[in-house]
Design a protein around this ligand. Structure first.
Ligand code: ATP
Length: 453
């Protein structure tokens, strides 16, 4: 099967069936485009975040981590330009009462005639576009007075800029250095949709890399390559990724250059992550608005405002790409199976331990002790429910790369079979070597087994 056969509906239904992602507050009829993550969704999402943080902070020594507050002093958003400019153009249709983004009508459907775009039929009656600020407002304290108005952050980046001085001093950093943050962001999107692709509440992984001004272009190119490499390293097929540089008229107010890493989602090529050269815009704005100078002063007195390169990705959107890229269907021995060919380090569960016969005490005691041993280091599942074929299929659907089966031979010679999720190859291993075997298998270089056409 090629990637083209993957549809968003198949991903949504697998995610639900296997407890990755549920529509939020479902028993109350849901809340448009809000989702809750179930057990496997949490594990997989945590793996995406862990791999990102590892690449940013553990595998290099020029980036430190941060976890800033979601609700910041509202003046932060005045300085950043969000209060005045974080808007989308909104149009209403007086006939069908639907709302659309005026700059995205070609991807929207008319409420009366879905084959047409809004504005294309005689009945359409669109208002003039109005600017609509995407920030969610709330109030601090019990009284709703104007002075108490605050915002839920629409990006994690500003929490980083306002901590620039803390990190510079306390972490004793010299440009080039970076600050990385993962956390929830909120945007009152006019048209959320396409499952996890666009929601109003989502998680971001953003890193602000502060560099000497004359090195900005070089670091910008570097981070585009670095981030592209991260997605392929964890199994996204290179043919399904591309870099698209923004035209001058597309650039945000703060940006000198931006490239999107795009993925071929079932909805077409769409942004997965943006890498922007933000120049000195943010540090200058916050210096002016706060009165605190945000600059680097070298040991010999040289001073400058660093320029910033920002790779900004979405956790949920990345997880969606990993799921889409991994989804596969095939017929094995005349039976269809659905399999998530996830990279082992993204897969929610690393291995399953399966006693062939749930009532066989010899098998069960060996299986339990293998399970107890493996779970000390990895997320491993023990499953003795139902026919073995059904148990394999359950593990295939959640993307578990390896299954260890304890069968009749195990009590005789202390060996188990290991089944490979992708090739379906089975081999026998001494039960005592399974821990080391799994350790090694999870570290091995990994190639996506799916066609990259
Ligand atoms: P888009 O053009 O899709 O609205 P953006 O260019 O506004 O995205 P950024 O502000 O650059 O997005 O945010 C960085 C990343 O955060 C995006 O690449 C995406 O992965 C993620 N992201 C942004 N908005 C959403 C959203 N509403 N839902 C899920 N993820 C999002």
């Amino acid at each position: 099967m090629t990637a083209d056969a993957v549809t968003m509906d198949k991903i949504v239904s697998l995610a639900r069936r296997r407890g990755f992602v549920f529509p939020s507050s479902e028993i109350y009829g849901g809340l448009g485009s809000a989702y809750d993550y179930g057990h496997y969704g949490v594990l997989a999402k945590n793996n995406v975040k862990a791999r990102w943080l590892e690449a940013m902070t553990q595998e290099r020594d020029d980036i430190v981590a941060l976890d800033s507050a979601i609700i910041l002093n509202p003046r932060v958003w005045e300085a950043s330009g969000h209060v005045a400019g974080f808007t989308d153009p909104l149009v209403d249709c007086r006939t069908c009462k639907l709302r659309f983004r005026a700059d995205d009508l070609e991807n929207a459907q008319c409420g009366r005639k879905p084959s047409k775009h809004p504005g294309e039929t005689d009945e359409c009656n669109l208002t003039e576009p109005r600017r609509f600020n995407l920030m969610f407002e709330t109030h601090l304290g019990p009284m709703h007075e104007t002075a108490d108005k605050v915002y839920l952050r629409p990006e994690t980046a500003q929490g980083i800029f306002v901590n620039f001085k803390n990190v510079l001093q306390l972490a004793r950093r010299t440009p080039p250095f970076g600050i990385a943050q993962i956390g929830k962001s909120f945007r009152n999107e006019i048209t959320p949709g396409n499952f996890l692709f666009r929601t109003r509440e989502f998680e971001q992984m953003e890193m602000e890399y502060f560099v000497p001004p004359d090195e900005a272009d070089r670091w910008y190119a570097y981070w585009v390559e670095e981030r592209l490499g991260w997605y392929t390293r964890y199994g996204i097929r290179p043919g399904h990724l591309r870099v698209r540089e923004h035209d001058a008229d597309e650039l945000s107010h703060y940006s000198k250059a931006t490239s999107d890493i795009e993925y071929l989602f079932p909805i077409g090529w769409s942004e997965l992550e943006g890498i922007a050269n933000r120049g000195d815009f943010d540090l200058t704005q916050h210096s002016e608005h706060s009165g605190t100078k945000l600059e680097y002063v070298g040991p010999d007195g040289e001073r400058y405002t660093p320029h910033v390169i920002e790779p900004a990705g979405g956790v949920d959107r990345a997880l969606l790409a990993f799921l889409v890229d991994a989804y596969d269907e095939e017929v094995v021995a005349e039976r269809e199976r659905v399999v998530l060919r996830l990279h082992p380090r993204i897969a929610p569960v690393k291995a399953a331990v399966l006693p062939l016969i749930a009532r066989d005490e010899q098998m069960v005691s060996r299986a339990r002790s293998l399970y107890e041993d493996l779970r000390r280091r990895h997320v491993v599942e023990y499953d003795d429910g139902g026919a073995i074929g059904r148990r394999y299929r359950r593990q295939d659907e959640i993307g578990t790369p390896f299954a260890f089966t304890i069968d009749e031979q195990t009590p005789v010679d202390d060996t188990v079979t290991v089944r490979d999720r992708d090739s379906l190859a089975q081999e026998r291993l001494p039960i005592g070597s399974v821990g080391a075997w799994l350790e090694d298998a999870l570290e091995r270089p990994w190639q996506p087994p799916k066609d990259d056409a």
